[in-house]
Design a protein around this ligand. Structure first.
Ligand code: DC
Length: 219
């Protein structure tokens, strides 16, 4: 069984998807981490975009389930924490516009989902493209201001000095790139349940999703 959780940056997808997967005993697959991993490689090795097809051909990317959560391993290196920066997020959004990148990563995501049998996949196009037959599709939203506030608090907690206005600008820009791209733009699937998380706690959202899964007799 596949549960698809899509939505824009800062909608709470990752936290919610991880908790839903844990509660149901499903695997958790973070597809954004895959786009981030490719972006990391492009930046680190200064790879020109015309070389991307060749890089993708030989991509050595693994998502490892460990006691400390899922680890992202690229070319044997643990890059789990290194890919969580604004710079990588922005680059990931840019390279995610390229059809060859999407083709390769979607293929990998389908393989991982099918191998896991029961999985929660989190991303932008899971319900529309990766698993259009997913048994449950959730689309999380929240106002841009609320999403920027959440990101601001996260970064401040990490000790980073960045202004709220800068983050709000970055959130709006990323929404625009993700929603306006030609290839698999960010949008809810027609049969997705849309949940606005603006005034809800993480636990409330998780419980709503579990309840829908139960109502539909998916658990
Ligand atoms: O969820 P995230 O912030 O880690 O994702 C980073 C970028 O990757 C996002 O801005 C767009 C892209 N992405 C995508 O195009 N499709 C997905 N299924 C997941 C992420």
């Amino acid at each position: 069984m596949i549960i698809a959780i899509d939505g824009p940056a800062g909608s709470g997808k990752s936290t919610v998807a991880k908790l839903v997967a844990k509660k149901l005993g499903f695997s958790y697959i973070d597809t954004g981490a895959m786009y981030r991993a490719v972006a990391y490689k492009v930046i680190k090795e200064n790879i020109p975009l015309e070389r991307l097809p060749e890089i993708l051909e030989n991509l050595d990317l693994k998502l490892l389930d460990t006691n400390e959560g899922v680890k992202v391993i690229l070319d044997g290196e643990d890059i789990t924490d290194k890919i969580r920066t604004e710079q990588i997020g922005k680059k990931a959004s840019q390279i995610a516009k390229i059809p060859e990148v999407r083709k390769k990563l979607v293929q990998l995501q389908r393989k991982l989902g099918l191998k896991a049998k029961n999985a929660v996949l989190e991303g932008r196009d899971i319900g529309t493209v990766v698993f259009p037959d997913a048994q449950l599709k959730i689309f999380l939203t929240a106002s841009a201001k609320e999403r920027a506030r959440r990101r601001y608090n996260q970064l401040r907690e990490k000790g980073l000095k960045i202004s709220y206005d800068e983050i709000l600008k970055a959130v709006i820009e990323r929404d625009k790139t993700d929603m306006e791209r030609k290839e698999s733009p960010l949008k809810p699937a027609e049969d997705a349940v849309i949940i606005d998380t603006t005034n809800k706690t993480i636990d409330e959202v998780v419980q709503m999703i579990i309840n829908i899964a139960k109502e539909r007799k998916l658990t």
